[in-house]
Design a protein around this ligand. Sequence first.
Ligand code: SAM
Length: 293
Amino acid sequence: MNYRHAYHAGNFADVLKHAVLFALIEALKAKPTPFAFIDTHAGSGCYALDGVEAGKTGEHKDGITRLLFPDLHSSGAPAGPLPPLLRHWLDSILRLPGNEHGLKLYPGSPLQVANALRDTDSAQLCELHPEEATRLRELFHRDRRVHVHERNGYEALKALLPPRDKRGLVLIDPPYEAQEAEYRVIEKALKAALQRWPTGVYAVWYPIKLRSQVQPFHRWLQHCGVRRVLRAELLVHPDDSPLRLNGSGMVILNAPWKLDDALREPLRALAPLLSQERPAQWRLDWLVEDTAA
Ligand code: SAM
């Protein structure tokens, strides 16, 4: 339990993760019926980009901070305006109290979602690290829609699923301290969760270092019985080194209708903005496609 998200908040992987998360929440809000958001690995909820941890890595400078200046590609070539989904997502971050004079705070998944919830929606946030969980509790102590659980998020799924309204999203965003073994834990948790709630939407974030490390997980997803699994990836380096984060991906099980259409232009726009030494690569495809839908 050494991982602290404060060192990585707002980096290029967070940009992909949270842009997809924003699209998912928008899709859930398209219907008036309430939904539940369940975050198995919530973090502390909000991060100071001028804080000590973020200052040590400066990772946000190659992530969210690039989106503040979309008129320039990293190559210096002019870029078009941001697609509406990215614009709205960025606006929601800039509207955060504390960001009136520029981007100082980067909200994590709990705060981004809480700010988008309606009065009837709810959030269950699981965080195992005591200090992070305490911060999370402080952040939401006045918000009756949000419940913080200081416990193992994988295990909590047994108690939290299915949610009362039978609509919603589970975000699984572990730190992968167990490296490839984490995928086996995720598969086990997903299997049990799908038995309890087969129609839930599940989004899993994963790091891309060596492509071969992710492939068994993707093969497992292709045989897990879910009929719609969408994959979104963004790579800023070739996926050939085990030592650094080359990119990241999200898989979405039971992906909402037309989520692929909602994500295509945002991903296309993000790639040039997040490129480093060479053009970033992105991909959006169905690992499992429901041809009957
Ligand atoms: N989801 C957050 C976001 O997008 O802003 C970031 C989460 S961070 C990648 C992972 C978090 O999971 C860390 O805060 C870590 O303390 C916590 N964690 C690690 N193992 C856990 C477990 N088994 N259950 C719950 N939380 C865990």
